[in-house]
Ligand binder design. Sequence first.
Ligand code: ZN
Length: 249
Amino acid sequence: MKAYPVITAHGISDTDCNSPTHVSLKNLQGWLQDCNRNQVHFETLESVVSNKNKIAACLTFDDALSSILKCVEYLPSPGTIFVVTDYVGKLNRWNGQPSWVTEELCLSWTQIKELNLEGWCIGAHSCSHPDFDKCRAKQIRNEIETSKKTIEDQIGQKCSHFAYPYGIAPRIAQEIVEEYGMGGYGTEPGWVGPRDPLNCLPRIDIYDLVRSGMASDWAWSEPDQMDLKIMKYKRWVGSGLRNIRRIAS
Ligand SMILES: [Zn+2]
C-alpha cells in the first residue's frame, strides 16, 4: 500500500475568509486546481487504492454540514462524510460545541442518501458528538455502535469508517472501533501509511492546506517527521493560547 493523505474539512463558506471550521468555496476551488496540477486524484475512503501514476487523496467532511452541498459539483470525485446521527437535519449545536463555531443545519437523511447514490462514502462521527475523554466506556461503546447501526439501517450499506469527535481518541474508543472492524480517524497530522494502526489514522486539515505555509503542499508532497513535529508544536501552542483566553475572559 502506498501512503496517501486523508483530508479533513467541515463547512464551506461564501465569504473569502477561512476559519478552522469553514473554508471558502473560492479557496477550495483554487486548492483543487493545485491538486490537479500536481496529479492528485480523489477517492472515497471505500475506494482508495494504490495508484501507480497519481497520488490518491481522500476528502472527508466531518459533521455532515449542509454547506458542503455548495462544493459537491466542483469536486473531481465523490468524497466521504462523517455523520453525527442524532443531529441529522438539525442545527450543529451539540453540547460542547464552541460558541464561535458557525451555526448551520446538518444534512438530512434524504440529502445523505442522495450523496451516497452519487458515490459518496458515509462514515460515522458518533450520535451526539461528545468529548470521549469525558465519557465512561459504556457511553463510548453506545455512541460508536448506535451511530454505525443507524447509518447502516438508513443507507443499507456497511458503515466501515469512524471519525472521533474533536479528534479525541482514548484507548477504549480505539479498541471499540477496532472490535467493529472500522477504520478510525483522528486529527493528528500526517499521511496514512502502511504501518499506521487502522483504528487511529492521521489526517490533514484543509485549513492548513489552503493557507500558504508549511502544510499547503501536503496533499501531493508527504510531510517528513520534522514537518510533523513542527505542526504538532504549533497546535500545542495554539491550544494553550486558546485556554489562556478562555480563563481570562
Ligand atoms: Zn465533529
